[in-house]
Write a protein that binds this ligand. Sequence first.
Ligand code: GL7
Length: 833
Amino acid sequence: VEASIPEPQRAAWKKFTPKPFSTPEEFERETVRHIETTLARSLYNCDEFATYAGTALAFRDRLILDWNRTQQNQTFTDQKRVYYLSLEFLMGRALDNAMLNVGMKDVATKGLTELGFRIEDIVDQEHDAALGNGGLGRLAACFLDSLASLNYPAWGYGLRYRYGIFKQEIIDGYQVEVPDYWLDFNPWEFARHDIIVDIQFYGNVSKYQDDDGKTTSVWDGGEIVQAVAYDVPIPGYQTATTNNLRLWASKAASGEFDFQKFNSGEYESSVADQQRAETISAVLYPNDNLDRGKELRLKQQYFWCAASLFDIVRRFKKTKRAWKDFPNQVAIQLNDTHPTLAIPELQRILIDQEGLDWDEAWGIVSKTFGYTNHTVLPEALEKWSVPLFQHLLPRHLQIIYDINLNFLQYVERRFPKEREMLGRVSIIEESSPKMVRMAYLAVIGSHKVNGVAELHSDLIKTTIFKDFVRIYGPDKFTNVTNGITPRRWLHQANPRLSELIASKLGGYDFLKDLTLLHKIEAYVDDKDFRKEFREIKYANKVRLAKHIKQTTGVTVNPAALFDVQVKRIHEYKRQQLNIFGVIHRYLAIKAMSAEERKKLAPRVSIFGGKAAPGYWMAKTVIHLINQVGKVINADKDVGDLLKVIFLEDYNVSKAEIIAPASDISEHISTAGTEASGTSNMKFCLNGGLIIGTCDGANIEITREIGENNIFLFGNLAEDVDDLRHSHLYGTYSLDPSLAAVFEAIQSNLFGDATAFSALVNGIVAHGDYYLVSDDFASYCKTQELIDEAYRNQEEWVTKAITTVARMGFFSSDRCIDEYAEVIWNIEPLAPKV
Ligand code: GL7
């Protein structure tokens, strides 16, 4: 390719190829140039935000140069790539991460100081990229970091939402949602106005027979919307590999607006088409672990799948390879069922547009996809109504029916005596209206299906996909336990701890191979190391205490035990168990003698997390937490012994302050409901201990760090069904301490109790589905064990250091290597330098 360009041209290009900055002076020159020219600001009106913008643009330039080279290298080498399709990428801030990954934070710190700014203030100007709800979206972001850091040729594909997850305000103790318009200024994206894909909706399908009897389906009519690509460079850690995250924005196909209507005075309706088209990528659905089956959501899913597949197929076709090579060149990972439409879409491209016959096409499709399941909660499993499908995607519905027919015929041949199995495993649920079960389609169309922690991967095989294990055999199902990127969640969030570890291990290699952490166990008895370790934790708590003071006005004692539960508010995650426990503690303190009080370690219970706007019970929990906080924090008699904080607007950048500052964090879901959890890993990696149920990744964390270093409690997953059954059909007895808590609530101690009656009744009258009462006694008992353990600070530090040392397994690098080997069959590609 290069040889086709004349030498003088090549020489000129080479001469003028921008060189990335590498000294503070060069960084300053680039930053000032961007501030002066790109932003049209000057020395006299350059505030912190403009400086952030200039710095970000200087770093983006660097990333783009690496990005160009990485993409060229990938194209020329032409080895297999992986495409990670996710409706959510919860990226958080990019600047600090970019500076650390390219190893230029010191340079930038120096340069910014010379320009008169503090780097922390500059970093703090950035708006989080919050294109996700919670764990599922953050996992996708960690995976991108690992893919680039490990030099895998990989692209992410997602939607460029104009509004990310809403901003949460707490007003009078209630959650209020405010739109998150984050695109005012986003230096990290690169609009590709030349990369536009037409996406079709609605219309009709007709069949034609050609001369040799072959039928072709033609999908025409309907409506066209355009997808415009926006590229976000993803730098790896200490490597030139810079991968691409491509986000699609929707736009009207008809151009700006309808001029005829405009000229005839119908201005408003002339822009209506445009607005309708832009609505597709306007907003992220704010539900976590819940499917609401909205038409616009299905439109988003198809829009994004079709644009991404068009792009992937176009790239493949440029290589002029035969179609049978497609699965050797392309792996596509489906992050949950949200992108399942990619399966019938690829089949449609291959048969309707490329003219392959059904079986050949299906052979290709089913070797290309892998599907990750992230939940067994029934309310989260996606189903779309057949009439809606028929209306919006008529051709895809036909293809799904054909996939189903072939599949059911296969099942019938294999299990001729089990006719009733057919209805159970059919992609189409025979309800009214009929529904398309997306998880079944994803299983049938993928060559591997994985869960996200061992317990979860076992559960999917015995519950939702039980029949499919018999049909396909157990090898189709596998486990890849989740992980987190140590770059963001240790090095960036907790620089002092990272530095302390590096000082003992002789450098930062552990950030590339987290298993090296085990070597710090040798320092568990080292006096200086322990002292420094404790000081770091304390300093991180002081930082969080400042943040609490600034945002809530409440003063908390950094020497108190910080007990943290931050995650989406959901009944299955059981923040209600935690707050009932807090009330129990409050009542206990009130009844204690002065002597007893002296023995108790002061505690700060910190909550944070968003409730889906339509999730009333979750909002009630937020309200209760705030009301309890109001009463307890004002109770002078209790003072420092107990404080209750609700942190507003929990997000990735706040998590970076919170995770390093916890002594205990809570991961207390009803056993069997939390597929993995990933914040549990973040807290442990930062030297916090956890209280948790035997659920999700807590189990593997226990196996790695040892039972002595974790506070486990509660019923086991295998007993949950029986307990639920006994609540409904046996005699139900409420735990007596919990009854006392309810009495306190009902006495209006925390304001008008009717506000909380649904929450209480869910437990006392409606079956206590999440087993709050069953686990309450053991939860409170375990909290007492924590009080006791915290009194022995020496023991506590030993546990904390040991925990950090044994977290090596939970790096997302390890996950990505497992996916690469077991599911994608891809190899890293060394960057060309
Ligand atoms: C989730 C699970 O609930 C969570 O346990 C898991 O860690 C995460 C990533 O695998 O996926 N599933 C899900 O639907 N959401 C999650 O966060 C929203």
